[in-house]
Write a protein that binds this ligand. Structure first.
Ligand SMILES: [Zn+2]
Length: 671
């Protein structure tokens, strides 16, 4: 095999019809991976970028595409046998990844590459790769490396098991009568009639899937229903995930200790923008101090309001009633009822609106691919082309990526909202591919218009921000720096930056038209929504502080004495004024504990950068090309070929400051 050939075009695994075929597909990919490593080894004497880094990067590309696509199948394939096989095969791919990360021959070959003639992106890639080898323990003795390898493999097994338990755990709430739906929107009540057969025939049954959960928590007048839904949701995958989580935390602790770190949190920040867990703690303490008083004030205002509303005896509002009372408060104080905006957000219009906004923002063109094979009939496929002021016809016709939209819930499918890179782009050799896995209303085809809440609409754009990062950043020379391969704690910048766009009345009015009469959403309604939405920001930041602290503390305290329940309650009470609800087992379904591990801080840290970035865009013309083009060029296109701090400096001409974030908090506090 020559190293200049592109990796063979990957046949997508979802076109395969059986678990056997899937296993063969993985075996073939792992064989190609092994051949590339052999080629790399045979050139170790005269290592160069082309003879050594290229086969290394191709080996990484094969593993990445294989692992990402298997992971997708594990999350979305309608056939449980295929999901099971994908999960088992993921384990094999992860093993190959762990072995590669501890392979001393590869490390030495990469170290021997003379970097004199390398461009800065390649130099950064090499330096970062060598650092990750050292952090993985490549220079330890054989026994230690064997132990590290076994621990890493065990961590993968446990993480996969944890995720799968969450994916397959759907709680149900059986209603006592239709009266319990009081307060919920008309379209919700119409589409949730009593079951006609089965165990609960004659009863209305709700599930913990997002399209049921979110409206119940926001609108249901019945405190009993809200509480049952809250607990059903917070107890998903409990108790199944307790043992895997505890073991995972112990495994991570041992890995960190073997590598000379005190805790996993220290290891996990060593190659991040944050640099250390001490910096993380300081960052969190500052946010804590900045939001404590205002969050208490918000809470007291809502409690006072609830008492005025006839709940005189109410001593406190608990976590299961927080969204409901917040909504009631916003209706009264800001004349804003979030049900009023839903009719303007039927799913199909939102999808068209997001796609068209992103096309204009990043000067790209999306074309539906009618004949593409996917894993489910509801999935749509799109090709991405360059657009805008391209004089060169060839450039206009160049396809730069492909994406898949899998947007509605179904049995056995992952319950969350995410963007999944599938194939890393390599300039001139393979185009990047990615998918959105979401759970929005509207996929049932039974006449439900799929009316979204505004928060759903911003979630859609958030995930699309990840997707575009994968595609526009996927035109780099190396798979290892392609797309979202920045430091992990830069990843939520492009997604959160885009969320801000959907507070703009003009942008929303382009697509948010009433599902019955076609009227565009009134600017005054959007302005009221924004004012109402600003109330509760301190609370939202402190909710993130709670998640962040829990993810940090679970990875910092000693696993032998860690009490998951006690810590959860302590961290909750430390940050949130809404009363703790006994029986909350959030950790059992908190998948970020396996993915982000101790680094959940990424969301808050990146929010600071995202708001700083957003300020560069002109408030009266968010789509002004001078800024959008610069943003695409300086932030998204480099992918992981530059350190995050350089991306920030390139776009802002300075380091980030918390000023925009502080102003954002301050706006919320203005009476
Ligand atoms: Zn995100």
């Amino acid at each position: 095999m020559t190293s200049t050939a592109a990796p063979p075009p990957a046949l997508h695994p979802w076109t395969l019809s059986s678990p056997d075929a899937l296993e063969a597909w993985v075996a073939d990919a792992l064989a190609r991976h092994a051949v590339l490593l052999e080629e790399l080894g045979s050139n170790a004497g005269g290592a160069t970028l082309e003879t050594t880094l290229r086969p290394y990067d191709d080996a990484v590309a094969v593993l990445s595409a294989t692992g990402s696509q298997l992971s997708l199948l594990n999350s979305v394939h309608p056939d449980m046998n295929m999901r099971d096989t994908a999960q088992a095969q993921l384990q094999k791919v992860a093993q190959a990844g762990v072995a590669l990360g501890l392979n001393r021959d590869v490390y030495q070959a990469l170290s021997a590459i003379p970097v004199g003639e390398a461009d800065p992106g390649t130099m950064h890639y090499l330096e970062r790769t060598l650092l990750s080898y050292r952090l993985a323990g490549v220079d330890r003795d054989q026994d230690t490396r064997d132990r590290l390898q076994a621990l890493q493999e065990r961590a993968t097994t446990l993480s996969l098991q944890f995720g799968r338990n969450v994916q397959e755990s759907v709680g149900t709430v059986v209603l006592e009568s239709a009266d319990e739906l009081d307060g919920l929107p008309e379209d919700f009540r119409t589409s949730h009639g009593p079951r006609t057969e089965g165990e609960h025939a004659g009863k209305i049954v709700l599930t913990t899937e997002f399209p049921d959960y979110l409206p119940v928590m926001t609108f249901a007048r019945s405190a009993g229903l809200r509480r049952r839904m809250f607990l059903a949701y917070q107890r998903r995958a409990f108790p199944q995930n307790v043992a895997p989580l505890q073991e995972l935390l112990s495994v991570r602790r041992e890995i960190a200790t073997l590598l000379g770190f005190e805790t996993w949190a220290d290891l996990a920040t060593a190659d991040q923008m944050m640099e250390s867990s001490g910096n993380m703690q300081r960052f969190l303490d500052e946010l804590d101090a900045a939001t404590k008083e205002s969050a208490d004030r918000e809470y007291n205002a809502v409690l006072e309001f609830a008492r005025e509303r006839g709940e005189r005896a109410l001593e406190a509002i608990d976590a299961s009633s927080r969204s409901f009372w917040m909504e009631q408060f916003r209706r009264a104080r800001f004349s804003f009822d979030s049900q009023d905006v839903r009719p303007y957000f039927p799913y199909h219009r939102v999808e068209a609106g997001v796609l068209s906004l992103v096309e204009q923002l990043f000067r790209v063109r999306f074309e539906p691919v009618a004949d593409a094979e996917t894993w489910h009939p509801s999935v749509t496929t799109w090709d991405v082309y360059q657009a805008g002021q391209l004089r060169d016809k060839a450039a206009r016709e160049t396809r730069i990526g492909r994406f898949y939209l899998d947007m509605h819930p179904r049995d056995g499918k992952d319950k969350w909202f995410s963007a999944a890179p599938l194939i890393p782009g390599i300039r001139g050799r393979q185009v990047p591919q990615a998918a959105l896995i979401c759970n929005f209303p509207g996929g049932s085809g039974d006449g439900d218009p799929g009316l979204l809440q505004h928060s759903d609409v911003t979630t859609f754009l958030h995930e699309f921000g990840h997707l575009m990062h994968a595609i526009l950043g996927g035109q780099q020379a190396w798979a290892g720096v392609s797309g979202i391969a920045t430091e992990g704690d830069f990843v939520e910048v492009p997604s959160q930056m885009l969320e801000e766009f959907f507070h703009d009345p003009a942008l929303l009015a382009r697509f948010a038209h009433h599902y019955q009469n076609g009227e565009p959403i009134p600017a005054t309604l959007v302005e009221r929504m924004n004012r109402a939405g600003a109330f509760g920001i301190s609370d939202a930041v402190r909710t993130q502080l709670f998640y962040t602290s829990y993810s940090l503390d679970t990875h910092r305290l000693h696993p032998a004495t860690l009490d998951l329940d006690q810590l959860l309650e302590e961290d909750y009470r430390r940050f949130l004024p809404y009363q703790w609800v006994d029986g909350n087992k959030l950790y059992a379904s908190f998948t970020h504990l396996t993915g982000y591990s101790s680094n959940y801080y990424t969301y808050l840290y990146d929010k600071v950068i995202a708001l700083d970035f957003f300020r560069e865009f002109a408030a009266d013309d968010l789509l002004a090309e001078a800024v959008t083009a610069r943003y695409r060029e300086e932030v998204l296109e480099p992918g992981g070929s530059k350190p995050g701090k350089q991306l920030v400096r390139a776009f802002l001409n300075r380091d980030q400051t918390p000023d925009a974030f502080t102003d954002w908090l301050g706006e919320a506090l203005r009476p």
